[in-house]
Structures are given as structure tokens and as C-alpha cells.
Design a protein around this ligand. Sequence first.
Ligand code: GLA
Length: 448
Amino acid sequence: MPRRRIDGGATQPSRRNANVVIAFVECHSGYIMIEPPLSIESLQARAASELNQWTGSAARWSAAAPGRVNVIGEHTDYNGGWVLPMAIDRYTVLVAAPGLQADRIRVRSLSLGEQSAVSLSRLSDLSDDKWMRYLQGVLAEYAHRAVVCPPLDIVVASSVPVGGGLSSSAALELAMAHLIEAVTETTWSPSERIRAAVSAERDGAGVPCGIMDQTIVEQGEQGCVLLLDCAQGLISSTIPCDDPQIAWLVIHSGVSHDLADGAYAQRRAECEMICEALQVGSLRDVTPEMITTLTPDLPALSPIQSPIQSPIQSRLKVPFDEVLLRRARHVVTENQRVLAATEALKTANWSTLGELLFESHHSLRDDYQVSCEELDVLVELAQAQDDVFGARMTGGGFGGCIVALVDREALSSVATSISQGYVQRVGLSPQCYRVKPASGADVCAVFA
Ligand code: GLA
């Protein structure tokens, strides 16, 4: 799996590009804590000032959307399953003014230090800039339903790390959806926006994603984690999570993930093969007992060795090998873990929730095989800490971040110990973020 080490993994914090917007960075011995997060207002002010310098125009409209952390329920959304994510207090903010060039949407990204443009009359010609495709895809979805944007000049400022598995792309899509609505004085429902953003991701960026990211980025609630039923596309439960005893620590491995490179699509295709073989509509319909029957000889969470022979295989419609059984086992057990985690969260049973997080990671590592060495090292280091209840990779995998549930009082010492261990074992200094559950996307200003 090709992975890229991202810049910023140096042992000292660096501002590689004067245009890069990063939050106030505290450098402790061995780790970088990005704290406190930049507010929407300060991101908006930076973007507005850049817009003014670039085009001479004053900001007219602005919209913002948060990133997300998935507490548990990974690779279950496109299998009609359960997920337990929260929107977080890291944001992507768009600020716009009427465009100076006819037929163009021009966009400058402060976070990436790049600029791109698309033609409004040729929205289906995919931009060479991948990040621009997310915006283009959303514009195209609105245009299909006759909501056509006038030319715009836009500046993007963001505190959501790119390639970190924290849904920077969904944040960009939903901020764009709200911006289009502010500019065209249109109002779509949250589910229409979510649909548009999911299509933009699937068609524009080529990732056959599920609905989790766009749903939580649009519908997140301040101070709460949401249980989503992805079969129905509904919020099944809203769970307040404001216990001062705990904190959510996100640690970026310094390895960026790229979901469009095929492995994500391959996992999804494997799940479809399993459904075909078992003659079920989705893996939501598969019970843990079915998996146990199918996998009598499958060792628990050990590296894959040889194809297994199971008598029940004769009942299957297509060949079913051990890899597929492991994929199925992950999804089925992960759904159970999400429901158990929801109960643990409701009753503030942190040790049980923590155990479920570790189990989820091991299942993603061994059965679903979407982790990587760097994430495994971070989780191992977290597991060795007394003040960590649990930890796991979060998001699609292959790099990006882990999320750890930590005793609030020990947050700083935990971040230091894990980071020092990581520097020693991997040679990268990770970035740490304390995140809090936040509200979903919204228009944040229409200036007179
Ligand atoms: C990515 C996708 C989501 C989901 C996760 C894995 O973030 O966009 O739809 O499948 O991976 O849980």
C-alpha cells in the first residue's frame, strides 16, 4: 500500500509555507500539540484578508464545516451498519466574493498553499487538482437541480488536517454546499446536502464512500456523539459526551492516507462478494453465529496463513476464501462493538468503551487489514499507558490518525509518552490534537 509521509513530521514544528494555516503550535519535548484550535471566526478573518489581498474584493459570503472523528464503527457504513462518530472543533471555512472572471469559480486554499479554477459551463471536466474536485462535484450536484452559482472567488482556510482520516474532504464538500445556498439564496434539507456531498466524493474524487462522513459533518451536535444507522441513513441516538473526567486525544501518525488509490474500493467489492455468496442484502443481515459457523478453523486475529476448509462452504454460491471470511468477521463484530460502545458511552463506562476501541483496532489490523505499521505502533504505545482507556485507528485507514480515550488529567503526560515512544520507534514526531464534539456545517456569515 503506497503511503506518503507528510511534511510536518519533523522533530521540530515547522511552518513550511507562510500561507499554511496552522493553529498555535506548542512544542513539548518530542511532540507537537496543536492547541487550542483556531476558532471559525479567526479562520474566517484570515481567509477574508487573503481574499482581499488577492482580488481586492471584500468577503460577501462565508460557510464552515467541521472535521469528524469516528469513535467506533469503521468500514461498516457502506455495509448498512452502525457508526458512532462526532463532528470536531476543527473547521474548514470558505469565504467568497463575486468572481472577477466570467464563468469561473476560482479557489485559493490557504491550507495547501495552492490555487485552482473550474469553468461553470464545463463542471463535468474534472480538475487536475484533486481537492478542487470535491468543490466541483458539489457545484455540479446543485447545478443538476438548477441551482447555478454565479462566478465566485473563494478562499479556503482550514484547521482540519488533510489526509488524516478526519474527513477534510467532507468538510470541504459541506462547506461548499452551504456556501452555494448562501450565494443563490436556496435552502436544501440536510439530507439533500448529504446526498450531494456523497455524490461529489464518489463521482468527483472516485472514492466509493459510505455516508458516515458527510452525515456527521452536516449533522454533528455540540458536545455529542451520534449513533448513525447507515441502513436507514438516520441518526439513531444522540449521546451527550461532556464528562470532565475524559478527553479525546487524536494523534496523527505523520503518514497520510489516500483512499482513492484502490484499497478502499477493493474492501467494498470484497464485502459485496460476501453478500452475494451468502445471499444477503448487506452484511448487516449476517449474524455473529453465521460467521462462527463459517469460520470454525479460523484462528482469532492472527496473521492470515492458508485458505480454510469449512464444510459449510459447499452451500456457498461463489468461492469463499479466508480473506473474505475475515472481512465479514470484522464488519459483523464491529457492528456489535458499536452497539456495545453506545451503551458504554451512555453510562460513562470508560473502561468498557476503551476495551472496545482496542478490539476494534485489532480487528481492523488483522481481519480488515486497513491499518499500517505506524498506526499499530501508536495504538500499542497508547495501550501501554495506564491513563488511556482505549485507542484505535480512526477513518478509512492506511495512515492518518488514531483516537485515544484518555483520563483528562493525564492528557499532557499521555501525549508526551506516546509521542516520545513514537519518535524512538518510527522516527517521526506526531501531531497531537485534543478534540471536542462540535456542531455540524452551517453558513457562518452573509456580509451586507
Ligand atoms: C472513509 C469513508 C467513510 C467510511 C470510512 C471507514 O472515511 O469516507 O464512508 O467508509 O472511510 O469507516
